[in-house]
Design a protein around this ligand. Structure first.
Ligand code: 13P
Length: 254
């Protein structure tokens, strides 16, 4: 099956269920004729159950637990997400790593749990500003990548997202050169473990202050397969505009 570029919105802790439903209705209506782009809505857990979308629109959750059930107050299992019609789960987002102190080991367990439940993990990796300034970017990314994927034999049902922490919610986007270099290096690192083909084709999204003004240049970077969007995914106008720019790029490429 051909893999289309992905435009995924991570709503973070925004929107009630009522607000989510009307936002999704409005957005889907604006994109009824979208072609060759996969659109993912990533609402808070509360809105997932009442949202119902059809291809090319999908639901993504922002997190999950790795155990199937049990005494884990405040957590949510992959079965619960599947029951809500979820197809993708964001795992290891930088806010989970740095605000909630998730470890690479937990993130790896979550990647396994999501795959075992038949969903697709969107495994996020990203360096902090201090890592970049001390030339540690690649070692941080390689470590997050390989620990996150430990025990995973195939990249077939994996999506990766490169989100430099310093670019998230700051209005600072990584430059085209930085994104190009980083996505390439991620693929080179993957080739140490996975086949050339899988390493070259696993979707790697870019995230960090993506907006309608920078979407075209970023999607034009070889090796960028879509976006994971925070702020600009919360209102229909910028979100749909980004999706159209990705669609336009696909049309020009083919
Ligand atoms: P912003 O697009 O608001 O920078 O957020 C990016 C992000 O964290 C998506 O997961």
């Amino acid at each position: 099956m051909e893999k289309y570029p992905i435009v995924a919105g991570n709503w973070k802790m925004h929107k009630t269920t009522t607000e989510g439903i009307s936002f999704v209705q409005e957005t889907v209506n604006m994109l009824l004729d979208i072609e060759k782009v996969t659109i993912i809505f990533g609402p808070p857990f509360t809105a997932l159950f009442d949202l119902d979308v059809k291809s090319p629109f999908y639901l993504g959750a922002q997190n999950c637990h790795w155990e199937s059930h049990g005494a884990f107050t405040g957590e949510i299992s992959t079965d619960m997400l599947v029951d809500c019609g979820v197809d993708y789960v964001i795992v290891g987002h930088s806010e989970r790593r740095h605000v909630f102190h998730e470890t690479d080991d937990w993130i790896n367990r979550k990647v396994h749990a999501v795959l075992n439940a038949g969903m697709t993990p969107i495994l996020c990796i990203g360096e902090k500003l201090e890592d970049r300034e001390s030339n540690e970017t690649q070692s941080v990314l390689n470590s997050q990548l390989m620990q996150g994927l430990k025990g995973i034999d195939s990249l077939e049902n994996i999506v990766l997202a490169y989100e430099p922490v310093w670019a998230i919610g700051t209005g600072k986007t990584a430059s085209v050169a930085q994104v190009d270099e980083t996505h390439n290096t991620i693929r080179e690192e993957l080739k140490k473990v996975y086949s050339e083909k899988e390493s070259n084709t696993v979707p790697i999204l870019y995230g960090g202050s993506v907006n309608p003004g920078n979407a075209t240049e970023l999607i034009s970077v070889e090796g960028v397969d879509g976006f994971l969007i925070g702020g600009a995914s919360l209102t229909s106008a910028p979100f749909t505009e980004i999706a159209r720019k990705v669609e336009q790029h696909m049309k020009e490429k083919s």
